[in-house]
Design a binder for this molecule. Structure first.
Ligand code: S3P
Length: 170
């Protein structure tokens, strides 16, 4: 299995980088959130509002399993894919996992105007909750990453080329 799996918090550039890596390595970009939206027949904010985060996570797990059963993909995961071990066990078995890491300030500035990313905690806004969630998730990202790709202060092209070099064995 030769998938490239991009994981990391919201706002780390996974979707755009996935397109660049897919093009350069002759793979297909597979955007898990887009598949979830298609399958749920509603946007992520609507799905979460109507059915809650558990329902979102259940669809995410089904989609992760499907992606992991295919090959030749660049899989753009949602930031919370690491919350269920079964997701990562399958995905990791299907290829190489890249963690796009970023400092919380970078993440906050990248997600501040986005209306498609509802609060994950339900207590704080998406920007206010970044520190708390990063602290919770960083050990998981560390645990599953085959390669750590730093994104602070770098262009999408620079980030993508680091991944492309690794995928192509340069
Ligand atoms: C989530 C991140 C989102 C999306 C959903 C949940 C998370 O994806 O899957 O809103 O738990 O961090 P992005 O990382 O692409 O924003």
């Amino acid at each position: 299995m030769n998938n490239a799996i991009l994981m990391g918090f919201r706002g780390t550039g996974k979707s755009s980088v996935a397109e660049l890596v897919a093009m350069a390595t002759n793979r297909e970009a597979y955007h898990m959130d887009d598949v979830i939206v298609e399958r749920a027949g509603r946007s992520i904010p609507e799905l979460v509002e109507e059915k809650g985060w558990e329902a979102f996570r259940d669809i995410e797990t089904a989609v992760a399993q499907e992606a992991a059963a295919s090959s030749n993909l660049v899989i753009d995961t949602g930031g919370g894919v690491v919350l269920r071990e079964e997701n990562m066990t399958r995905l990791k078995a299907s290829g190489t996992v890249f963690w796009l890491s970023a400092a919380s300030d970078t993440i906050r500035s990248r997600i501040q105007d986005d209306t498609q990313r509802p609060s994950l905690t339900g207590m704080k806004s998406s920007t206010e909750e970044v520190d708390e969630l990063l602290a919770e998730r960083t050990p998981l990202y560390e645990q599953y990453a085959d390669h750590v790709i730093h994104t602070d202060g770098r262009t999408l092209g620079e980030i993508a080329s680091e991944i492309i070099d690794i995928v192509c064995g340069a």
